[in-house]
Design a protein around this ligand. Structure first.
Ligand code: PAF
Length: 284
């Protein structure tokens, strides 16, 4: 496995790979890798000739300076995990390497980019599109792998790929959970022991709400989830939206569309740590 920090070096390397007709998989990450990332990397390794893992904490997608400052970073441990998963290259550029000039491009893909995370984290998806488009131009992947935990991010990235006519397949990989159901996230490492103990309530409540939904309305199910999670000292729901799985627009009834997903963001603890999760009520 080789590590590249400069755009020109990884581009030269991948130009050779392409010349030999090899298929390239890209796993974009912000580091602090866990088993969720490992599953993306292993899938890419199995499906492509060459796998590139990018490790870059992208400043333009953080709308909160403290969140950016506190985001966990550990390139050494990340390198070991990436190597163990069988990837070929790490691309770990500096901020100046990626953004020698401020990125003034503006991406907005309503309706998918403006609701939920888009409404609560202004500029977040603009930053995600800035970095992901650059990574696609730099590494020219055939397939790029994203975790379903960031449900809305996948919808936004797909809209961007279509808009910019980038020739890449977006592969969605299932959420990976700890034994107690907590969705794996780099942010989990920031939870104290007490916070870690209450965090699984989020998924437990989402699972319980599937049964509840069978004989309750969308609004009642919404309220059930929010009230149950908020009743735990230390947890505070930022939003819970029950939406169409493709357009991400709120549904009024269970019959509005064939594909219904509940997306939630919860603040956990004093700092607080922002955790996201989702549950599928109806699948396509
Ligand atoms: O999902 C993430 O970790 C990031 O948003 C991504 C896709 C690597 C872009 O910085």
């Amino acid at each position: 496995m080789e590590v590249f920090h400069k755009i020109v070096d990884i581009q030269n390397e991948l130009a050779e790979v392409r010349k030999n007709g090899k298929k390239i998989g890209l796993v974009p990450t912000m580091g602090a890798l866990h088993d969720g990332h490992a599953s993306l990397i292993k899938t890419s390794v199995a499906e492509n000739d060459v796998t590139v893992v990018s490790v870059f904490v992208n400043p333009t997608q953080f709308n909160d300076k403290n969140d950016l400052k506190n985001y966990p970073r550990n390139l050494e441990a990340d390198g070991r995990l990436i190597n163990n998963c069988g990837a070929d290259y790490i691309f770990a550029p500096s901020v100046d390497e990626i953004y020698p000039e401020p990125d003034t491009r503006h991406f907005e893909y309503p309706p998918v980019s403006t609701v939920m995370e888009g409404a609560h984290r202004p500029g977040h998806f603009n930053g995600v599109c800035q970095i992901v488009s650059r990574l696609f131009y730099i590494t020219t992947p055939d397939v790029a792998y994203f975790g379903e935990k960031d449900w809305q991010q996948i919808a936004v990235v797909k809209a961007m790929v279509k808009d910019l006519n980038i020739n890449v397949k977006i592969s969605e990989c299932p959420i990976i959970r700890d034994k107690d159901g907590l969705a794996l996230s780099s942010r989990n490492s920031l939870l104290s022991t007490d916070e870690r103990a209450i965090a699984p309530t989020i998924y437990k409540t989402l699972v319980a709400s599937i049964d509840f939904a069978k004989n309750h309305t969308v609004q009642e199910t919404h309220d059930y989830v929010v009230e149950n999670i908020n009743s735990v000292n230390g947890l505070k729901v930022e939003y819970f939206s029950i939406v169409d799985g493709l357009t991400l627009q709120d549904v009024a009834t269970w019959d509005t569309t064939p594909y219904v997903v509940g997306c939630i963001t919860v603040y956990c603890g004093k700092k607080p740590i922002r955790l996201i999760d989702h549950i599928k009520y109806k699948e396509q």
